[in-house]
Design a protein around this ligand. Structure first.
Ligand SMILES: Nc1nc2c(ncn2[C@@H]2O[C@H](COP(=O)(O)OP(=O)(O)OP(=O)(O)O)[C@@H](O)[C@H]2O)c(=O)[nH]1
Length: 214
């Protein structure tokens, strides 16, 4: 397991983010860049899953971002697929702008998410990777990617894990983590209001008991 930080505070929430896409699109390179700040010179095909972690501070809260870098090749995924999708907080879809077939696979990755009960409320982003290898204006899969992202209401990032900066990759994951935090905040508020309601009723009941009917 790669880890960019070694100190883990006692109270720390975890965000599990899975990175999905065809083999060779750059999932390992992207998650490596995010966690270590550098593009890996050499990567092997992921077998099953690789984990990487990074500690963040968001709105005063310590968050452990746990990246699940999944295998793109079907034969390396089969045994692990159930584990990927357990307790997922967000999804990063990746395709390679030099490889149209990796773009055409995106609906299948989305379908797999649905099959594992990841609803549209789970934050997601689309990364069009390897931008360093194409001329943007001449690449149709970039516009198609933008459109697909719009249809599914997710942010779109044209990126290069090879040529992109640490700040750029921090923005991609940072925004996702902020979205997860906001959702968690909303859920906590709802739970709090549900918990408070019976107490409010109890006060009303008490009042009624002391009301004199004469
Ligand atoms: N030029 C360029 N090459 C890249 C970029 N990102 C990844 N690569 C290269 O693409 C190849 C595959 O990258 P990986 O990160 O291993 O791809 P993956 O999606 O994790 O592949 P699997 O583990 O097999 O699913 C490697 O040779 C990387 O160096 C990029 O932005 N630009």
């Amino acid at each position: 397991m790669d880890s960019c930080e070694f100190w883990v505070p006692a109270i720390c929430r975890t965000c599990k983010i899975i990175v999905l896409g065809d083999a060779g699109v750059g999932k390992t390179s992207l998650s490596h860049l995010y966690c270590t700040g550098r593009f890996p010179e050499k990567t092997d095909s992921t077998i099953g899953v690789d984990f990487r972690e990074k500690l963040l501070q968001v709105a005063g809260e310590k968050i452990k971002v746990q990246l699940w870098d999944t295998a793109g090749q079907e034969r390396f995924r089969r045994c692990m697929v159930q584990h990927y999708y357990r307790n997922v907080h967000a999804v990063v879809f990746v395709y390679d702008v030099t490889n149209t077939s990796s773009f055409r696979s995106l609906p299948l990755w989305m379908e797999e998410c649905q099959q594992h009960l990841l609803g549209p409320d789970v934050p997601r982003v689309l990364v069009a990777n390897k931008a360093d290898l194409v001329t943007v204006s001449m690449n149709p899969t970039i516009e198609q990617g933008r459109h697909l992202a719009e249809v599914h209401s997710m942010p779109f990032y044209l990126f290069s894990a090879k040529g992109g900066s640490r700040e750029q990759v921090d923005t991609i994951f940072g925004k996702l983590v902020q979205q997860i935090s906001r959702q968690r905040g909303k859920k906590t508020e709802i739970v709090r209001s549900i918990k408070l309601r019976p107490k409010a009723n109890a006060v009303e009941e008490k009042k009624e008991k002391w009301t004199c009917n004469c």
